[in-house]
Design a protein around this ligand. Structure first.
Ligand code: SAM
Length: 285
């Protein structure tokens, strides 16, 4: 069954009375080269058949089928109950796939992986519903699940923010949060015409290999992330002005900035994660 063929998708949708839901971010991949490339790229350093994949949102199963070829197991979470009978048909010959009905933001993913992935290393690979890209990625990163790597298709602008270099206009709080937990690279671009229905913007596939340890020493993670969010909350202001308006005491802050060797007039996007960590340490004394 060629699930990138529009007439095949239309046929299976009609037979199951399925119609696209914009609210659930349903843009299905129809470009035949994208899913094999994602399946190939999602398991760096792990040989075929030696790992499990967590997929979010299988849709009609186009990426799921490719993942099933390279992984020992595929655990795929789908919120839209209407797709369950469709997937039963399209994945009938994929014995190593388990479809889990539910909302990825509400499921106990640790329990899910313990049940279905046993002792296998786990990677995430998905064409994400764009309306919850950040909550899904941050949820996975902050969960401290023993994930090896996350490879996802996201909107191009989100990819640029998630993988931005320090000091660039695209760099934001989410960029530094990702850097804390993982590496980040844009693998390849995917045009809007690669989807049915076509969205209004292009997309990119990004890969986030998870770190064993954070890239800098941090004693108080909550303070570090409060600081980063506050600094980027009003990114046009200087660092000291944004932090003071977010509730940090001015005198304490100015002393901490001096100890950290940072200028009070710097702007959030000029600081690296390491510099935010040094500032957090200076404020935590
Ligand atoms: N993987 C398919 C593809 O590439 O053609 C479909 C990707 S589509 C962009 C996103 C999928 O995520 C849809 O199947 C949608 O129903 C599902 N979805 C949306 N919100 C979800 C959630 N909170 N939890 C799990 N799946 C969700």
């Amino acid at each position: 069954m060629k699930l990138t063929d529009i007439s095949v998708i239309r046929d299976v949708m009609t037979r199951h009375g399925f119609s696209f839901s914009k609210a659930l971010g349903q843009n299905f991949l129809i470009n035949p080269s994208v899913c094999p490339r994602m399946a190939e790229a999602c398991h760096p350093g792990l040989p075929d058949g030696s790992f499990a994949v967590l997929e979010i949102g299988p849709g009609v199963g186009v990426l799921t089928r490719e993942l099933s070829r390279v992984a020992a197991k595929v655990i795929s979470v789908e919120l839209d109950q209407r797709l369950l009978p469709v997937l039963e048909e399209t994945l009938a010959d994929c014995d190593n796939v388990t479809i889990v009905p539910g909302d990825i933001l509400k499921l106990d993913v640790a329990a899910l992986l313990a049940k279905h992935a046993a002792d296998l290393p786990v990677v995430v690979c998905a064409n994400l519903p764009y309306y919850i890209t950040s909550p899904i990625l941050m949820g996975l990163l902050e969960s401290r699940l023993p994930l090896h790597c996350i490879t996802v298709l996201v909107q191009k602008e989100a990819a640029q923010r998630l993988c931005a270099a320090p000091g660039t206009r695209e760099c934001g709080a989410v960029t530094l949060a990702v850097q804390y937990y993982a590496g980040a690279e844009i693998l390849f671009q995917v045009s809007r015409g690669s989807f049915m229905p076509a969205p209004k913007v292009d997309s990119s596939v990004i890969r986030l290999p998870l770190r064993g340890e954070p890239p800098c020493e941090v004693n108080n993670e909550a303070l570090l992330f409060r600081l980063i969010r506050a600094a980027f909350g009003q990114r046009r202001k200087t660092l000291s002005n944004s932090l003071v308006s977010a509730g940090f005491d001015k005198a304490t802050l100015l002393t901490a900035l001096e100890v950290a060797g940072l200028s009070p007039t710097a702007r959030a996007e000029e600081l690296t994660l390491e510099q935010f960590a040094v500032l957090a340490a200076a404020l935590d004394t």
